[in-house]
Design a binder for this molecule. Structure first.
Ligand code: 13P
Length: 279
């Protein structure tokens, strides 16, 4: 069942869970995610990241119709979301394709420009009924990156007072905030700033989003969900599980590689959804 980001996050808030939000740069990951969500009867968010297109994995035009068809066919609530859209025209194309959620990532822009462009995306999304996530503060390395470059991440964590102003002025439906997670493989255990997250949650009225969600401990997932995180973006460790299932093995048929990796990714996604849903 295809739903908007706002609708799926309201399910999360009612059930006091976080909805798992997973990237789909290929058919194997999409099938793994849908398979896990259906097996556990839980809502899920499918995401196409602009950066995966830049890495040559698949284009939005190729993958969006497949994501939408999968969402419409299944009985669990599914949002089809555009992840880290960094330019407004790209997001406009996504809205035309039918994404029911879009993230505008203006975190690399000067603050004033991030406010203005986020407002523009909110106006555009209102025309199709899609919901908008945006970010203030920064998570560092993008998907597929390596978290090693985050020596002093505190300098770019989300400021709670700024977050309140950002949400109120832009009218976004969900806020991505930076409080210690980063995209990519963790080279040391992430240390999350829970007090900052609680402060943001106390000041901000919309659901909060944690990026760089894979590779975090189960205990920390539970702690962030209790502090207002309703959407957890998760990709790297799912992709790692797929790679580990085939590393060192010999295959003669490519489809057997895909099958083994899909199965491993589905198990990894299911384990994450179980924790996010308190199962
Ligand atoms: P990871 O790949 O680090 O799990 O982060 C995913 C993400 O935040 C997508 O926006």
């Amino acid at each position: 069942m295809l739903v908007t980001l706002k609708e799926i996050l309201s399910i999360a808030e009612t059930k006091k869970i976080a909805v798992g939000s997973f990237n789909t740069p290929n058919l194997a990951s999409l099938r793994a995610i849908i398979g896990a969500a259906e097996a556990l009867c839980q809502p899920v968010i499918l995401m196409h990241a602009q950066v995966h297109e830049e890495m040559g994995l698949c284009t939005m035009e190729e993958v969006a119709p497949i994501m939408l068809a999968a969402a419409k066919k299944t009985s669990v609530p599914v949002c089809v979301h555009l992840d880290h859209g960094t330019d407004v025209e790209y997001i406009r194309r996504g809205l035309t394709l039918g994404f029911t959620g879009v993230m505008f990532d203006g975190s690399a822009l000067p603050t004033e420009e991030n406010f203005e462009k986020t407002k523009e995306v909110v106006r555009m999304a209102a025309e199709t009924g899609a919901s908008v996530e945006a970010e203030i503060g920064s998570m560092g390395s993008r998907e597929g990156g390596n978290a090693a470059d985050m020596e002093h991440p505190e300098s770019i964590y989300t400021d709670p007072v700024m977050a309140k102003q950002f949400v109120e002025e832009t009218g976004i439906d969900a806020l991505a905030c930076a409080f210690g997670t980063v995209h990519g493989l963790y080279v040391k255990e992430p240390k999350l700033d829970f007090d900052r997250l609680s402060e943001i949650d106390a000041l901000v009225s919309v659901p909060l989003v944690m990026h760089g969600g894979s590779g975090v401990s189960e205990e920390d997932y539970r702690r962030v969900i209790a502090r207002g995180i309703a959407k957890i973006n998760y990709y790297t460790y799912m992709a790692k599980a797929g790679a580990e299932a085939i590393n060192g093995k010999t295959f003669t048929q490519y489809h057997d590689i895909v099958r083994a990796a899909t199965e491993a990714m589905q198990q990894n996604v299911a384990a994450a959804i179980r924790v996010f849903s308190g199962l």
